[in-house]
Design a protein around this ligand. Structure first.
Ligand SMILES: [Zn+2]
Length: 193
């Protein structure tokens, strides 16, 4: 999936999550979701923009293992390891989640935690979207492994949910992005209704 599409789906996916939290808090006004919303309502625009930036960085970060990805071009750096291995795992996702939790528990610094969790959300959506591609993602790599083919392709063992190929300008990829965008817009309408 292209960097542009990763940014798009991460924002739309996160919007869907927030819309779901907003709608569910109407039914449980004193639940954990309303505590979360209370934090969001009291956050400044600056924190929201920083959160969005962290989400975008997270959405692009796993592809730092590719020389020609959007993030590698932006920072003029890439990690020379096999694509979709260490940077496409649960282990990478756990790093910002643990840092976010530690900050929250030790200093009750909600804003710093919010930014780390935003980064984690971006990484999460990247992994989810890549999981739907032909090659799939071994979230537990190297515990779970890819099958290597002579043409250079490597595909997750027992991978069956193959919704799009990673070819440039894949119609299926664009369609999936479109569907997620439409769902996010419908969610927004329901939230505002
Ligand atoms: Zn990727």
């Amino acid at each position: 999936m292209s960097g542009k599409h990763h940014i798009n789906t991460s924002i739309a996916g996160t919007a869907l999550l927030l819309e779901g939290i907003t709608i569910s808090s109407r039914h449980k006004p004193h639940g954990s979701s309303s505590i979360l919303l209370n934090y969001f309502h009291h956050s400044s625009l600056f924190i929201w923009i920083c959160g969005l930036l962290c989400l975008i960085i997270g959405a692009l970060l796993p592809d730092i293992d590719l020389r020609d990805s959007m993030i590698s071009k932006l920072v003029h750096f890439h990690i020379p390891i096999r694509h979709r291995t260490w940077t496409h795992t649960l282990w990478l996702l756990l790093i910002p989640i643990i840092i976010g939790w530690v900050l929250l528990l030790r200093s009750s610094n909600c804003n710093a935690s919010f930014l780390w969790f935003s980064l984690a959300l971006g990484i999460f959506w990247h992994l989810v979207m890549d999981s739907l591609s032909v090659g799939g993602v071994c979230w537990l790599y190297p515990i779970t492994q890819y099958i290597n083919y002579p043409d250079g392709a490597h595909i997750k063992k027992h991978h069956w949910l193959k919704l799009y190929s990673v070819k440039k300008k894949s119609k299926a990829e664009r369609f999936i992005v479109f569907v997620i965008d439409v769902l996010a817009i419908i969610g927004l309408i329901l939230t505002l209704a």
